[in-house]
Design a binder for this molecule. Structure first.
Ligand SMILES: [Zn+2]
Length: 107
């Protein structure tokens, strides 16, 4: 796992199953620890309305409250790319993500 954050797909789920131990299961999240390098990761529980993410934490303190918003925005930008159209959010002048009507902040 070389990135700090991943979209959860079948490959990630398989990796979680084989390479990670489930440490805690709370509200909307699950806390995992990598079996070898001992890093802590947080998995969003499945919800059909939202994208699921798997994000690396600095440690297991306050793991529920860890704010991954900036990481999600970076990931969106990296995977989607930007178009040449303006975001339709009122007062926003950023360019939209490819195929969307919103920028990475408002998507
Ligand atoms: Zn915007």
């Amino acid at each position: 796992m070389t990135e700090r954050i991943y979209y959860v797909d079948k490959v990630i789920l398989d990796s979680i199953k084989t390479d990670f131990d489930l440490i805690e299961d709370k509200s909307w999240y699950q806390l995992y620890q990598h079996k070898i390098d001992k890093t802590f990761w947080r998995l969003d529980k499945y919800d059909k309305y939202h994208e699921q993410f798997f994000v690396r934490l600095d440690n297991s303190d306050n793991w529920i409250e860890f704010d991954d918003k900036e990481l999600r925005i970076d990931l969106l930008l990296k995977t989607r790319g930007v178009s040449d159209k303006k975001c339709i959010w009122n007062g926003c002048y950023k360019l939209t993500l490819q195929g969307l009507v919103y920028c990475e902040r408002h998507a």
